[in-house]
Each structure stands twice: as structure tokens, then as C-alpha cells.
Design a protein around this ligand. Sequence first.
Ligand SMILES: [Zn+2]
Length: 281
Amino acid sequence: MQPFDYTAYTQALHTLPHPPRILRVGLSRFGRGLYLVRVGTDRPQGLIHGAIHAREHITAHVVYALMQEYAAQYRLGMPTVDFLPMVNPDGVELAIHGLSTVPPVHRAYLTAISRGSPFSLWKANGIGVDLNVNFDADWGSGKQNLRTAGAENYIGPHPHSEPESRALVRLTRTYRYRWSLSYHAKGSVVYYGYGEGAHAHQGQRLALLVADYLGYTASQSVGSAGGYKDWHTRLDSAVSALTVEVGKDEYPHPYPMEDLPRILAENKGIVQLVANEWKER
Ligand SMILES: [Zn+2]
């Protein structure tokens, strides 16, 4: 099975049998479209996104497959769900195909900030900002946060400095999603809540449901700041925002594609489960 690069992803969008609504919700740093697929006809109640971290591009495959599954099952009256399989296409292209995917003017800079580490292990966006520490949730206070650009953990010059994180902020503010699943790799863990204060246990109920279904561990996220889940949790105390880490810890990065069928089988039905849980409230 091939990695799901940007070209494969955008081509796949064009082959959807009954095209659900495809919305371009922003452009990456280097001008690649950020394509969202909306399954349903009402106001969307939840958002599922993947590949915010470049080397975790297997999660674009996972989110795309979840979208296809939900679209195939969809009947009028079912909750509308938004899917954004690839939040960070520039990073994904860099991780899969290397520097040739980057505009020439940025290549020397990226080579310098990579400090010799292979681009296949890159997590950040095209200019070395780690999107999942770029959100406005105690930005810059995370334990592993860095102040210099590189493969991972650089928070950016200010919160929401990157077009990819801004696209998620805009979407979330516009549609006021009641839940969100951010797909990452790896560890087979579902993280919920934010910080040690009022939001510490927020989303626990959904996290336990999801973790039980997937056979993962549910865990509070301690010491995390500036992530999408952190920001979405803090935005509204009624929101359940989860980070879903697929895959086994014993595998290396980039996560081997050979394990994708197992991950897909594990996640089958998760969207229906989460959407129905919320519908019944
Ligand atoms: Zn990640």
C-alpha cells in the first residue's frame, strides 16, 4: 500500500461516487488546498482531521477511509460530520517525497533547520512550525516547546501564525463543532481534557467510550499546550475534543503502511458511534 501523498489525496477526492460536499477551507503555506469533505446536509456537529503532523501521514488515509465509510452509510437525518484528512499537506509532501516538493527559495533554509535529521521524520509544516503547538491555549508553555524552527515542537512566532492552524480555527469558530477527533500516530491512546483546572476532565466520557471501542487507553493529557485539542477544549466547556493516537508504539516513524489495514479495521464504525452518542443528547 502506498503512502497517501497530496496528489493521491486530491485525486481520490475526484473519484468519490456521489461527491459529498468538498470545500477548500484554506491554503497551506506553499499554496496547497486544504480540502474538507462534509458528509450530511445539516450544520456539521463534529470535525475529524488527520495529518497535522507530517510524518503521521498514515492518519490522512485513516480519516479519508472513515469519511468514505460514513458517506456510504449516510441517510437523511444522520448527523452531519466534517472530515479534513490532511491538515498539513506541505509537511506531508516533504516527509514522503523530500525537498523537491518545496519551493526552491525555501530549500536551503529547511536543510539548515533540519540539522541533518531526515525529512521522513518531519512533523512541522513547510516552514518548520509544529502546527499542533501553534494554537492559542497557553501557547508556549508546553514542556517540549521550542522557540526555533525545525522538524518538531516549534511554536511559531505567535499563536495561529500559520495558515493551516488558522484554517482549523476559522472552521471551528464558524461551525461550533460539539466534538472533534484529531488523528495522530502513535501509541493507541485517546487523550482528553486540558490542563489541571476546569477543563481537566472535559471530554472524559466520550474518551472512555472511544477508547473502549478501539481497545486503546484513555488518558488525560498532562503538560500539553497549544494543541488543537487543547484549544478546542478551552473554547467551550460543552465540547468534547479528543486526540486519537492510532498504531502501536513498537513501530517506528514514519508509521509503516503495512499496519494500515489493522488500524482501519480497529476504527471501523467509530464515526457512527461518536455521532450517535451526541445525537442522543
Ligand atoms: Zn502527532
